[in-house]
Write a protein that binds this ligand. Structure first.
Ligand SMILES: *[C@@H]1O[C@H](CO)[C@@H](O)[C@H](O)[C@H]1NC(C)=O
Ligand SMILES: *[C@@H]1O[C@H](CO)[C@@H](O)[C@H](O)[C@H]1NC(C)=O
Ligand SMILES: *[C@@H]1O[C@H](CO)[C@@H](O)[C@H](O)[C@H]1NC(C)=O
Ligand SMILES: *[C@@H]1O[C@H](CO)[C@@H](O)[C@H](O)[C@H]1NC(C)=O
Length: 571
């Protein structure tokens, strides 16, 4: 296929979808959510037919109303999880537990109920990353909030089944979920949202793919709420128009940002380069579409201040938005060091970061070296411990280069520096609990979970003054009021900048020191000052980034959602 035909195809489909939308909006919500006619009669008859042999599985065909029939069955069911589409595929079946109680099942079918179906659209729910931790904590919280909440997980992980997925959630995140109220709906068309499926016009292709995938999801079972925890914004207009249900989003990252557009515009020779201009127009139209999609969101939540600022500038129209930091289980780390005496900590500075150039180990090493060279009192010099994983031989090579640089070029004495590339979690915790300082040198790290872990473990963070650490994590904290403060004296850590930063000139260099000077500064801190900073940091990390805090915020969203649902669903 040529590029031109791909584009015409996609644009054609989008246009067709938009036109059909207008025609269908009045009728579709009824199709997807409204009860199929005679559903009780038909279900009763079909169950009666199989009543002699309860192992016979009655399969019903409600045609275009399959999704709403499945929905009605789930709402009346004894164990919602039986209605996964793993076993019988897309055939609409009635589960065994409901077959054996035919009369009461039919009695409840289609009756008003307090039960609510929360549809979590997360096509990669088995990936096990930070985004999935958010998903599963949200699911756990939703199930805990009310026994009437039932979670539907729309996923494309067709290679596994629901119990496999929940098993790995338990192993990885230690979340115990009520599996009876989790319905896994497996989607077949996930490849449409993979970036490698669209080598060209990736943004457009994925947008189109997410629309198709969300239609597939709605067509399997229609939820009461659409909760997007992965970020497929172009599905929102479809969901809203087709099913007329409230939409909640948890955005990690905007699909396109004003920064991207700005960067393109600032490229040298932009005005003369047709290709760049065409790209700009493409991205700009995409941005407008993104804005449009955002207007369908009822409650928007984002994972950080950085994302909040970007989303706010794009989705100014969406009514409610919140920052909900991801659950970082800080309570577990804090609990772990409850019994250790802070004043016994060693003069050690830890760096936890993957061995990759953007983590700027070199900057840390060179700053450390210049600090050593200008420090007369050797006992003030902390031992620097670099902890990190290496993913492949390239990373290993990188570590060798760093060692050569540190010991060879900079001549840092071996007593002051240690590399740990295969540190187990338990050992890492031990080091955290017995050290004073934690360093993060990455520029514009959107978040920085390592920094949160430093603080929860009582370390004093020394961070590059940008993004997550600056705006979200290492903020001044008032321990009496237990809230963020503007008083610099209540700091929870320290910042530095460096001449090599891409935005060095834009920063106020009188406000921040260099890392090398920062080493000098913190090495002179007295024990009582250290303990104060460390304690504030622990409280701050507990208040902002604990699982409990996430639960509290998510419960608030659910409450808000209930109040929307009460007024204008179908209204
Ligand atoms: C509805 O489900 C039945 C089986 O339960 C299936 O045969 C039929 O094709 C489905 N209809 C649609 C439109 O999906
Ligand atoms: C189901 O059908 C049977 C036989 O026709 C009837 O006796 C029963 O009342 C029906 N149940 C319901 C709940 O309608
Ligand atoms: C899920 O799949 C695993 C194998 O991957 C199997 O052992 C297990 O019985 C399956 N569970 C269900 C409920 O089908
Ligand atoms: C938000 O999500 C982005 C993209 O996954 C990630 O880079 C960033 O670290 C996240 N922020 C937080 C606070 O988790």
């Amino acid at each position: 296929m040529t590029t031109a035909s791909v584009v015409t195809n996609i644009l054609g489909s989008l246009l067709a979808i938009l036109v059909s939308l207008k025609l269908l909006t009045s009728f579709l919500p009824n199709l997807l959510v409204g009860l199929p006619t005679k559903i009780r009669l038909r279900a009763n008859q079909s169950l009666l037919k199989c009543s002699k042999d309860l192992n016979k599985i009655p399969v019903l065909n409600f045609g275009w109303k399959n999704a709403s029939a499945r929905r009605a069955f789930v709402l009346a069911s004894e164990r919602p999880s039986d209605y996964t589409n793993k076993i019988y595929g897309d055939r609409v079946h009635i589960a065994y537990r409901d077959r054996i109680r035919r009369e009461s099942f039919i009695g409840e079918l289609g009756q008003p109920t307090e039960r609510k179906l929360l549809g979590f659209f997360h096509p990669y729910c088995n990936a096990g990353g930070g985004g999935e931790k958010v998903l599963w904590k949200a699911v756990e919280t939703s199930l805990k909030q009310s026994k009437d909440n039932i979670c539907i997980i729309y996923t494309g992980d067709t290679d596994v089944n629901g119990s496999d997925i929940l098993e790995s959630v338990k192993n990885r995140f230690e979340y115990q979920l009520d599996s009876d109220r989790i319905i896994f709906i497996f989607l077949q068309k996930r490849d449409l949202v993979e970036s490698k499926r669209w080598p060209r016009f990736t943004l457009l292709g994925q947008a189109y793919g997410s629309i198709i995938l969300s239609i597939e999801a709605l067509n399997k079972i229609t939820p009461d709420y659409w909760i997007d925890t992965m970020g497929y914004p172009f599905a929102y207009p479809i969901v809203s128009l087709f099913a007329n249900i409230p939409i909640v989003t948890y955005t990690h990252y905007p699909v396109i940002s004003t920064d991207m557009l700005q960067k393109l515009k600032n490229m040298p020779g932009f005005k003369m380069n047709f290709k760049l201009i065409a790209k700009y127009v493409y991205w700009k139209s995409f941005m407008l579409a993104y804005k449009f999609a955002g207007s369908y969101v009822d409650i928007a939540s984002v994972n950080s201040t950085w994302t909040y600022n970007h989303i706010k500038s794009i989705w100014s129209r969406s009514k409610k938005s919140h920052i909900i930091y991801p659950p970082c289980s800080t309570e577990t780390l804090i609990e772990g060091c409850r019994n250790s005496d802070s004043s016994q900590r060693l003069n050690q500075a830890v760096v936890i970061a993957q061995f990759r150039p953007e983590k700027r180990h070199e900057l840390i090493l060179s700053s450390f070296s210049s600090f050593i060279k200008c420090t007369a009192e050797k006992e003030l010099i902390p031992k620097l411990i670099l902890i990190g994983s290496t993913r492949n031989s390239e990373d290993e090579q990188y570590v060798e280069t760093l060692k050569e640089y540190a010991f060879g070029t900079l001549k840092i004495p071996a007593e002051f520096l240690e590399f740990k590339t295969d540190c187990k979690y338990e050992e890492m915790k031990k080091i955290l609990y017995s050290s004073w300082f934690g360093i993060n040198a990455m520029w514009n790290e959107h978040f920085g979970i390592a920094v949160v872990e430093y603080m929860a473990s009582g370390l004093i963070p020394m961070c590059h003054a940008s993004a997550g650490p600056l705006y979200d994590i290492v903020v001044p904290w008032d321990p009496k009021e237990n809230k963020q403060s503007t008083d610099g004296a209540l700091k929870t850590g320290f910042f530095f900048i460096d001449k090599s930063d891409p935005d060095y000139l834009a920063k106020d260099s009188s406000k921040y020191s260099t890392l090398s000077n920062l080493f000098t500064q913190v090495s002179k801190l007295g024990t009582s000052d250290r303990i104060e900073i460390s304690n504030r940091g622990k409280i701050c990390s507990l208040s902002k980034f604990s699982d409990v805090e996430f639960e509290r915020s998510w419960n608030k969203i659910l409450d808000e959602l209930n109040s929307i649902g009460d007024v204008d669903i179908f209204g």
